[in-house]
Design a protein around this ligand. Structure first.
Ligand code: URA
Length: 216
């Protein structure tokens, strides 16, 4: 299925109650470097990015604009991408509609939205998936549960992949992508903009670039 069809399915979706309270669903978008600046490409370029970034859910700005990560978290994410070396990426979320008052998405909402994420990954066939925050990590990694600390996941994400690979397994049915975990940009913003949090995330993105460039 092409990403255009995947996007149309997102836009037409009424699988959970979030569609009743959000302005509009927010499908994924490619975010690429062209002529020295980063651009959003919708739904994606001719050559889909090898790296997919998964966030939690659209916030207010994303709900207004219909694009992922365009608010304060998006500015942080862009700064991390620039520091990491400006990779082309495709950005999406575990749920495509904004939860009311930016509350966390429920298990049922994430399950209802999961087919969209699976279709995006099937269409793109990324080499690497970077999960931003616990919601994305929990939905992509088989071997983790709620008690696994984010710090450990982020540290594991910069180990040589053979060492970390046993842990970092993606749900087998979808993709053979390697899965890494970074802190969510909103965690960085809400926990005092600590430089070490940003550096850890930039290191994960650098690792994603290395893994994406390895021979298949
Ligand atoms: N936070 C997310 O997780 N996703 C967005 O698109 C924006 C903010």
């Amino acid at each position: 299925m092409s990403l255009t069809v995947v996007r149309d399915k997102v836009l037409a979706c009424k699988s959970c109650g979030l569609r009743e309270t959000c302005r509009a669903p927010v499908p994924g978008a490619a975010d690429v470097l062209a002529g020295g600046a980063r651009y959003r490409v919708y739904p994606t370029t001719n050559t889909p990015p090898r790296i997919v970034l998964i966030g939690e859910a659209p916030g207010e700005r994303e709900d207004d604009d219909g694009q992922p990560f365009v608010g304060a978290s998006g500015q942080v994410l862009t700064s991390w991408l620039v520091r990491a070396g400006n990779p082309d990426v495709y950005i999406t979320n575990t749920v495509k509609c904004r939860p009311p008052s930016n509350r966390q998405p429920t298990v049922d909402e994430k399950a209802a939205c999961r087919p969209h994420l699976d279709r995006e990954l099937e269409a793109i066939k990324p080499r690497v998936i970077v999960c931003f925050g616990r919601h994305a990590a929990l939905s992509m990694l088989r071997l983790f549960n709620k008690s696994t600390g984010m710090k450990r996941l982020v540290e594991m994400s910069t180990l040589p992949y053979d060492e970390a690979g046993q842990w970092m397994q993606v749900a087998a049915r979808m993709t053979r992508a390697k899965v890494l975990v970074a802190y969510h940009p909103s965690y960085y913003l809400q926990s005092g903009r600590r430089p070490e949090v940003a550096t850890a995330c930039v290191d994960v993105l650098k690792r994603a670039i290395e893994l994406a460039e390895e021979p298949a």
